[in-house]
Design a binder for this molecule. Structure first.
Ligand code: UDP
Length: 473
């Protein structure tokens, strides 16, 4: 017998909302296909999933699925926002990595395949030690990921750090992106003058480890990013492009969205949307990690109100550091307060997939996180992009310059720009953007339907995991 061992996948996501959500969706598809899955959460994330979702109950439907947990090493009250990611990763290297290794070495049913976030460099040693294939799953966009992989080249060629302050200079050392990205479109840490910056060191370490994996999984679809995937194949030929994952799960299961939110969703915004005219509302959110200053928040607020467009705005607790509660960020301006009462709805966390699918939503003012971008694309909603960090700067550039499904507000956040771009996407160029966005949506939905490229890649991944065909280098 070739494979009398039972296929057993061990999944370890980066413990933040986006990757956990994505990998849970992948875990669910593998479980539906009778593959045994162990899913490793940090205690912090797991506690929030238990509190705010039915995920643990939902997964009980799969007898071969189990959750395990590890500490992330940070104190409970420590924020887990974008500014803390470096600390979180260092802390996990020290506290979670050894436990993770021990779990794999002592698993009752031997692990036959490891799927881990690309940032976990320690996974390559552990996979080699237990002799199983490692698939890195970076849940950022492939276009963003490619710029990260090219960082060594950019440094070697002298393009990073930037030689002067001209952020409009075109970048020439990211193959496939010539004529598309400027300095300002690279991940924001490239703006540092310090080559020893902790974020640069982390990415260089990741770029070194990625080619050691037996394969890469991406949350994208071929029609959207084929040229970028071709570039990434020069580093790691075995790629599974299985996205958009949230739509993929729905397509395979023929059922509505399930939530893996680590904050409580405020569903009152859906009743509010129900009362608004078709495609009249701009949805505003900066995702689960980004933070902004009080000034930036104020500019966005004025811009939204001044545009005269209806808006649904997610203001995540903790997203304006230094402002501990709502009262500190209340607008002193009466016009803004009145405009908000008349046309706005503000919540702390929304059921985003459902919001974007709602007929009243006509556009998305987004931080350009990759999950948000894909969720918007699947629903055919044009975007106004205000990126904060990592792949978001690349994504927002691609949204405007390559996929043409929105505008990139990058580096400017004043009220006049917000107002102008909201009006453009929601009013003056509405039909043009909606037409392209609908084409992209159709292409995304086709990719995750039987006969589509992502559907085929997922079938291949399932088959190769089951038959243990993924060769170890
Ligand atoms: N999200 C949500 N409700 C909100 C805001 C965000 O459910 O009010 C979800 C959103 O649907 C997406 C994730 O949080 O799946 C954010 O991931 P993304 O990659 O867009 O950004 P990140 O949070 O990683 O910066």
């Amino acid at each position: 017998m070739q494979h009398e061992r039972e296929a057993h996948v061990f999944i370890f996501p980066l413990p933040v909302q986006g990757p956990v959500n994505c990998m849970l969706k992948l875990a669910e598809i593998l479980s539906i296909n009778q593959i045994k899955v162990t899913f490793l959460n940090t205690d912090y994330i797991h506690q929030r999933l238990i509190t705010h979702t039915d995920a643990p109950i939902r997964f009980r439907n799969y007898p071969d699925f189990c959750f395990r947990t590890v500490p992330d090493g940070l104190p409970e009250e420590n924020p887990r926002t974008s500014t803390e990611i470096g600390n979180l990763l260092e802390s996990m290297d020290a506290s979670a990595a050894p436990i993770f290794r021990e779990m794999l070495l002592t698993a009752e049913t031997p692990v036959t395949c490891l799927i881990a976030d690309g940032v976990f460099a320690f996974a390559t040693d552990v996979a080699a030690e237990i002799g199983v294939p490692l698939l890195y799953f970076d849940t950022v966009s492939p276009c963003g990921f490619w710029t990260l992989l090219c960082l060594p080249k950019l440094i070697q060629a002298g393009e990073v750090p930037f030689k002067d302050g001209n952020l409009d200079e075109m970048i020439t050392n990211v193959p496939g992106m010539e004529g598309i990205i400027r300095r300002r479109d690279l991940p924001s840490f490239c703006r540092t003058n310090d080559i020893n910056d902790r974020r640069i060191r982390l990415i260089l370490r990741e770029a070194e480890h990625i080619p050691l994996a037996q394969g890469l999984i991406f949350n994208t679809f071929n029609n959207l990013e084929a040229p970028i995937l071709a570039q990434i194949r020069t580093i790691c030929p075995n790629i599974y492009a299985i996205g958009p994952l949230h739509a993929h799960l729905k397509s395979r299961e023929a059922r509505p969205a399930t939530s893996n939110s680590i904050w409580e969703e405020d569903r009152s915004c859906i009743s509010w949307l129900d009362k608004q005219p078709s495609k009249s509302v701009v949805y505003v959110s900066i995702g689960s990690l980004a933070v902004m200053t009080k000034d930036q928040m104020c500019e966005i607020w004025h811009g939204l109100v001044n545009s005269g467009v209806r808006f649904l705005w997610v203001r995540r607790p903790g997203s304006v550091p230094g402002c501990s509660d709502e009262t500190e960020i209340l607008s002193p301006d009466q016009d803004v307060t009145r405009g908000t009462e008349e046309r706005g709805c503000i919540v702390r966390w929304a059921p985003q997939e459902e919001v974007l699918a709602h007929p009243a939503v006509g556009g998305f003012l987004t931080h350009s996180g990759w999950n948000s971008t894909l969720e918007s694309m699947v629903e055919g909603k044009p975007m106004i992009c205000r990126p904060y960090f990592l792949d978001q700067h690349v994504n927002s550039r691609y949204v405007e310059a390559v996929w043409k499904v929105g505008l990139d507000m990058k580096d400017s956040c004043d009220r006049a720009v917000v107002e102008k771009m909201v009006r453009e996407v929601m009013e003056s160029r509405k039909d043009e953007f909606l037409e392209v966005a609908e084409e992209v949506a159709e292409s995304a939905r086709a990719a995750v339907s039987p006969g589509g490229s992502s559907f085929a890649d997922m079938d291949l991944l399932i088959e190769e995991i089951k038959t243990m065909k993924i060769a170890i280098k």
